[in-house]
Design a protein around this ligand. Structure first.
Ligand SMILES: Nc1ncnc2c1ncn2[C@@H]1O[C@H](COP(=O)(O)OP(=O)(O)OP(=O)(O)O)[C@@H](O)[C@H]1O
Ligand SMILES: [Mg+2]
Length: 243
């Protein structure tokens, strides 16, 4: 068991404020994510999950506050190989095959050919290597995007709604993969607006209207609210308001 007191959190967000389109969309967010966590970032559409992830990746203009990843300021060039990011809209080359998309990132990062096979297999795309990405389903395309983020074996993975549009069997498999990566020491931050995925996380960050309602665990959230169902527990938290 890892002792959280031994080391600083891998991701530290300190009083982060972000304005977009003339509106405040993140209003003083502070949180820490520990090494080896499978941290879920959950909250309704528009609450600011993707914006927070962009700030953690250092690609979001911020108004105030500080974000550090692996002890470096977010977006530092030294973090490029250490942090993998899958955006909400899959960012892959539609006119290339699955294999060539992953190979492109593998070449940039200096990975082996066997590593390409490994990640394509891990995301459940074995057999589709030669298919052009534009001819794949939405769920398959998002898994190509995930494979490109995994190929460099990053220490931190930021995944923006990676399981949207996937069937339950595939979702289960991907959560299995995320837990396996965490066991190997990867730290994962995964957004979702589907509360039933919260049960898969080792820690939960519940957001609403640009603020963190609470940082908790599935077990603690159930105990605090007296609700077994995590969607009902989240609603109870919202009714209770920030504490
Ligand atoms: N490019 C943009 N310009 C202006 N405002 C934006 C832009 N992108 C997002 N916003 C606004 O910022 C707020 C937070 O958006 P964000 O995409 O971070 O939410 P989200 O929690 O990821 O939502 P979803 O679950 O729908 O992906 C929303 O009010 C949204 O309308
Ligand atoms: Mg989003």
């Amino acid at each position: 068991m890892r002792d959280d007191h031994d080391e600083a959190p891998v991701i530290v967000v300190d009083d982060l404020w972000v304005d977009r389109g003339g509106r405040t969309v993140l209003a003083g967010i502070s949180l820490g994510i520990e090494a080896g966590a499978v941290a879920g970032l959950l909250g309704p559409s528009g609450c600011g999950k993707s914006t927070l992830m962009r700030a953690i990746m250092g690609v979001q203009v911020i108004t105030a506050g500080r974000v550090t990843v692996l002890g470096e300021p977010a977006g530092s060039p030294s973090l490029r190989r250490r942090v993998g990011y899958v955006t909400q809209a899959p960012s892959v080359y539609g006119d290339l095959t699955v294999w060539d998309n992953v190979r492109f990132f593998a070449a940039v990062l200096g990975c082996t050919k066997s590593r390409i096979d490994e990640v394509i297999h891990a995301v459940g795309l074995a057999g589709l290597e030669d298919r052009v990405v534009d001819n794949l389903s939405g769920g398959q395309r998002s898994r190509v995007s995930l494979a490109t983020a995994l190929v460099g074996d990053p220490e931190v993975l930021i995944l923006d709604e990676p399981t949207v549009g996937l069937d339950p069997v595939l979702r289960k498999e991907l959560w299995g993969l995320f837990h396996q990566l965490a066991t190997e020491g990867t730290t994962l931050l995964i957004s979702s607006h589907v509360m039933d995925e919260a049960a898969e996380c080792t820690s939960l960050i519940l957001m609403r209207d640009g603020a963190v309602l609470t940082k908790t665990t599935p077990g603690r959230l159930r105990a605090d609210t007296g609700e077994r169902d995590l969607s009902a527990a989240f609603l109870a938290m919202i009714e209770r308001g920030p504490r």
